[in-house]
Design a protein around this ligand. Structure first.
Ligand SMILES: Cc1cc2nc3c(=O)[nH]c(=O)nc-3n(C[C@H](O)[C@H](O)[C@H](O)COP(=O)(O)O)c2cc1C
Length: 428
């Protein structure tokens, strides 16, 4: 059978990628993308860029778009945009090309966002509801795909609809409009990012289309990624939350990293973040929450020692503390204290996070494997360097420019509820 243009692009530019790192607002920053690429991710997405804000020059929105020019280190890369105005979206695509000429391989239209901002602006998942909206969605795809300004193929990321046949019909219309790779998140809008994933509907979409299809939703391990590929017949599988928790997911057989592995991966991320600083300090902090939530709050972390009660009723019981699910026997423990410290707004620079890792390694008695393989430019790797206390680490932030912006501060405060809605383990 002859290869069509969509598959040719998928082969030539995306190197027939199977393992995709999802677009994630404030989380799929350059450093994180480089990290997961080291560990098996074959194609990455930028965070969603809201076209209307971006085109107005909104600084925070624009900091979400960063690429590495004249290098293939962060490729293949898909730039994700959102909006509902075809003219605006074409202008956005043109602007991205001007900012990063030839710096990405496709533009993805986000038709999956369930957030309030998407509801207010009637974009994201809300564009897939009702015939009128679907027509607008198709017009957006058509405008981008036929615009000589866009230069790159147009991808779409959708959620399934309540009805399988309606989802297949929608997918076909997007392809007719010019979509050349479709990601299908197997949850309806109201399910947001948790709960069961409908693989049958994803499989039905894949079977009906002649473009590459990527399955998304609920994958927590390498084995589950393989299972999804096999059960849906999709060309690729995309992971979000589980990759934030375990950036090594695509190469690591076990589901959850150990505390030692989490510390190492956090060092690795910091080294990349020092080279490619994310636009917002909160990005680093949120990565830390994902890296450490499970290993500090929900497992004993270090290897079992005499006196630890593992597997007993007491140690298996969870309680909620400020919105976080914590093993009862860890409430108020040193592990819990470190996690709480990670959530404080005055933790803002890579140096503070680096020092925190060193202190944790020391205080929790982690072995030499937890030390940074590469400590980056700020810290010499010498063992003699004194370990700072939490108070001293806090103090390191005082010389930084004024604290988090208002929306970021609000986010720190509401992080628990957000984290829960995004955390597939929280419901276990
Ligand atoms: C922190 C976070 C930010 C997200 N931001 C985006 C985004 O910018 N664009 C998008 O299409 N989806 C976004 N999503 C949704 C994910 O891409 C993905 O579709 C969803 O989490 C389901 O995948 P999972 O079950 O592997 O987490 C985000 C998810 C998370 C957890």
């Amino acid at each position: 059978m002859l290869e069509n243009a969509a598959y040719r692009h998928y082969r030539e530019k995306l190197q027939s990628a199977r393992y995709f790192a999802a677009p994630m607002v404030k989380q799929s920053d350059v450093a994180f993308r480089l990290l997961v690429r080291r560990w098996g991710a074959e194609c990455c997405y930028t965070p969603m860029l809201k076209s209307s804000r971006f085109l107005k020059g909104d600084h925070l929105e624009m900091t979400e778009f960063a690429t590495i020019q004249q290098s293939t280190a962060d490729r293949p890369l898909v730039a994700q945009i959102s909006g509902r105005d075809p003219v605006e979206l074409v202008a956005m695509a043109r602007l991205l090309q001007e900012l990063a000429p030839g710096g990405f391989d496709a533009i993805d239209l986000n038709f999956g966002c369930p957030a309030i901002c998407a509801e207010e602006g009637s974009y994201g998942a809300f564009l897939l509801e009702g015939e009128e909206n679907i027509q607008v969605a198709c017009e957006c795809v058509r405008a981008l795909a036929s615009s000589s300004d866009a230069f790159v193929p147009v991808f779409c990321k959708i959620r399934i609809l309540e009805d399988c046949e309606a989802t297949v019909r929608l997918a076909k219309r997007l392809v007719e409009a010019g979509c050349s790779l479709l990601t299908v998140h197997g949850r309806v809008r109201s399910a947001r990012s948790s709960g069961p994933v409908n693989l049958d509907t994803i499989a039905a979409v894949k079977a009906a289309l002649d473009i590459p299809v990527v399955a998304n939703g609920g994958v927590r391990s390498k084995a589950e990624a393989e299972d999804v590929l096999q059960r849906t017949g999709c060309d690729g599988v995309m992971v979000a939350v589980a990759l934030l928790v375990n950036p090594m997911l695509f190469v690591q057989p076990q589901e959850t990293p150990s505390l030692t592995q989490a510390v190492r991966i956090a060092h690795e991320y910091l080294t990349l973040a020092e080279k490619y600083p994310p636009g917002r300090p909160i990005t680093i902090q949120k990565h830390f929450w994902y890296f450490f939530r499970n290993v500090l709050l929900r497992s004993h972390g270090r290897d079992a020692k005499d006196g630890d009660i593992i597997g007993s009723e007491v140690s298996d019981r969870f309680v909620m503390v400020r919105g976080e699910k914590v093993l009862l026997c860890l409430v108020g423990s040193e592990q819990h204290r470190f996690y709480t410290f990670m959530c404080q707004p005055y933790l803002r620079s890579p140096k503070q996070f680096r020092e925190l890792l060193r202190l944790m390694t020391h205080a929790l008695g982690l072995g030499p494997e937890a030390a940074a393989a590469d400590t980056g430019p700020e810290l010499p790797s010498s063992e003699e360097q004194p370990v700072l206390s939490l108070a001293e680490i806090r103090q390191l932030g005082s010389s930084l420019p004024p604290g988090p912006l208002e929306d970021e501060q609000a986010e720190v405060e509401t992080q628990e509820s957000q984290a829960l809605s995004y955390d597939p383990w929280a419901a276990d």
